[in-house]
Design a protein around this ligand. Structure first.
Ligand code: PLP
Length: 378
């Protein structure tokens, strides 16, 4: 028997209480009970997103919600600026390519974020852009972009601002209405502390105007169908109702804890982890490290596959590796959701023990010590 602790930035750890909230007897979804639960979820999601829009809950992962938003908002008669510097940004580019949607590719190196000035320059260069897509927290490189600043640039240029908020919403500051974001997407298995299976997308009035101006090449992912049903707190197709119950449960916990407390806790875990990494003589990957997940560079002489295998096999710590051309070069540790300082100091200790096993030299306890200092504020 082994106790597995998921330190992957999705899926993240799920509490036993949340699992139990989904283990209730199955009821039918065309009932007032389900409609009440969905309505409660929408109200709680408005709190997390800081929006008055109506977030839609779709069955599928975050990619399904993003594809739905893209097919509605990225039109064949306009161009989408797609900013990518990692695996997830590349996925949104690939969707545009797959559906033959006109776009401008804006690629940067892995580990770099996008700035408002850079996006403004691209918008000036290409006058026919009607929407901008970027990843707020690029999970594959653990890098943040300035969503507030980019949203303002989009407003100034009157183009839609579409944000992959899958590891930002509920993890780092995200203010949909105040910042003027048009599309905000997330999924259940990151900061929402649930298994994979739900995608969530909130859309501004401006985004709906675009969606309403044409027929998206989608059926299951047609957001107009979702909106029509949501008017009656219903879904167009059979929903994952057990997970919707789970969503109400975890969102209620988020509301009771207070979103600002959750963001502060995530930031503190990230800060303490970065301090531990440096104390061990390791490097944090990324020019703009995000607080939802930390990417640690694999030091010379350490075999990444063996390192992660030992972390999981010997100590039950499941970390993510790198993707694309940084595969083998980094490992990633999650700070979102149902994870605390005691879990994380355990992961840091396991990092130390497994690094020592490979002959990496450092002062034993340096990582856990530095971590503790940040947590205790000493
Ligand atoms: C997890 C994740 C996604 C979506 O992945 P799914 O496999 O569809 O859940 C997209 N973007 C980011 C930044 C992510 O972290």
């Amino acid at each position: 028997m082994q106790k597995i602790r998921l330190f992957t930035p999705g899926p993240t750890m799920v509490s036993p209480e949340a699992m139990l909230a989904m283990a209730q007897p199955l009821d039918h979804h065309r009932t007032s009970g389900f409609r009440d639960t969905l309505k409660d979820c929408v109200e709680l999601l408005r709190y997390v997103y800081r929006t008055e829009a109506t977030p839609m809950v779709v069955t599928g992962s975050g990619t399904a919600a993003m594809e739905a938003a893209m097919l509605g908002c990225c039109k064949p008669d306009g161009k989408t600026l797609v900013c990518h510097a990692g695996k997830f940004g590349e996925r949104w580019r690939d969707i545009l390519v797959r559906f033959n949607l006109p776009h401008v590719d804006y690629e940067k190196e892995y580990g770099q974020g996008f700035s408002p000035d850079e996006v403004a320059a691209k918008l000036k260069e290409h006058g026919d852009i009607t929407a901008v897509i970027f990843v707020h927290s690029e999970t594959s490189t653990a890098t943040v972009s300035d969503a507030q600043g980019i949203a303002k640039v989009c407003r100034d240029h009157n183009v839609l601002c579409m944000v992959d908020g899958i590891t930002s919403i509920g993890a780092i500051p995200f203010k949909m209405d105040e910042w003027g974001i048009d599309v905000g997407v997330t999924g259940s298995q990151k900061a929402m502390m649930l298994p994979p299976g739900l995608g969530i997308v909130a859309l501004s009035d401006r985004a709906w105007e675009t969606i309403d101006s044409h027929q998206a090449p989608a059926y299951y992912n047609d957001l107009k169908m979702y909106r029509k049903s949501m008017d009656k707190w219903d879904t167009p197709y059979t929903p994952n109702n057990q997970m919707v119950s789970g969503l109400k449960f975890t969102l209620t916990q988020i509301k009771e804890t207070g979103i600002d407390n959750i963001l502060a806790n995530t930031a503190l875990l990230a800060k303490a982890t970065r301090a531990a990494v440096e104390a061990l003589g390791l490097k944090v990957f990324s020019d703009a490290p995000v607080d939802s997940v930390t990417a640690v560079c694999v030091p010379d002489g350490v075999d990444e596959a063996q390192w992660r295998k030992d972390l999981r096999g010997m100590y039950g710590i499941h970390c993510a590796g790198g993707q694309g051309h940084i595969k083998g070069k980094i490992i990633r540790l999650n700070h979102m959701g149902y994870v605390d300082a005691v879990d994380t100091v355990g992961a840091i200790a396991a990092l130390e023990w497994t690094l020592a096993k490979q002959g990496y030299k450092f002062e034993a306890g340096a990582g856990t010590g530095a971590f503790g200092k940040v947590i205790q504020g000493t």
